[in-house]
Design a protein around this ligand. Sequence first.
Ligand SMILES: [Zn+2]
Length: 282
Amino acid sequence: MRLKKTIFLFCFLLFCSWSTEKVFLFPFSPKSGDTLKITITQTSSRKKFIAAFNQKEYPFYPVKQKNQCCLIGLSCQLPPGKYKLNIFQLQNKKKIKFWSRKIEIKPGRFRTVNLNLKRKKSNLISLPQNKVERKKLYRFLKRGIPFPLWQGKFLRPVKGRITDGYGTYRTINKTTPWNQHKGVDFGAPRGTPVFASNKGIVVLAEKFSLQGKLVLLDHGEGIQTIYMHLSSITVQPGKMVKKGEHIGEVGSTGLSTGAHLHWGLYIYGVTVDPLKWLTYEY
Ligand SMILES: [Zn+2]
């Protein structure tokens, strides 16, 4: 009788421990340009999970209170619609389906603007080295630190008003369709100090033709921030920077119409609206 009771109690506790492992999505109703955060609560840090979304796989990382999290970038170029989101648990190199749902990605609201550029600046678009520099940037975006370095909310990287938001459709001189804006622009006078928006390692600090003088910071777990069109850079690749540390000054180098900072945030190489990271702790 005592054995039966013990077995029953054991099964009951096992059932309780299983039923407390839950999956939460933030935001509940995501749209193009958002950061999608998946949280598995009340789980063990020893368990290995991966999320599969739109033909790409994303790792989970342990956080406090027995939770594991995963971040997925929903680019402004991601077409709205229904997508399958699967979570697999990895056991002995096998992928076991843990959770599955169809989620709807709503359209982001992006405006359209025209940029008036002088010939000297618009000629930058067709330079042959742009392809090489873009490839170099993406090489660094892929080579990330596999654990989170960032802490808490991100800081606004410069003092200045927002002159253009994330995802804006752009044309150049009303004739050439350009791309969707992959970051946020802050207008500020040349020489205004620019700060690291969170703790990270400098992975790139150099001049590109279109992006101008740029700094790319790796905050770990696939999260990277970029600071473009700087007039000067005060950090070197390999340096660990603190949240709020001075990394350069505002300028108008590269494809730019005036002194401003372009600030972008990547999740595993995919840009998202960085302003969300100023108000929400991911
Ligand atoms: Zn910009």
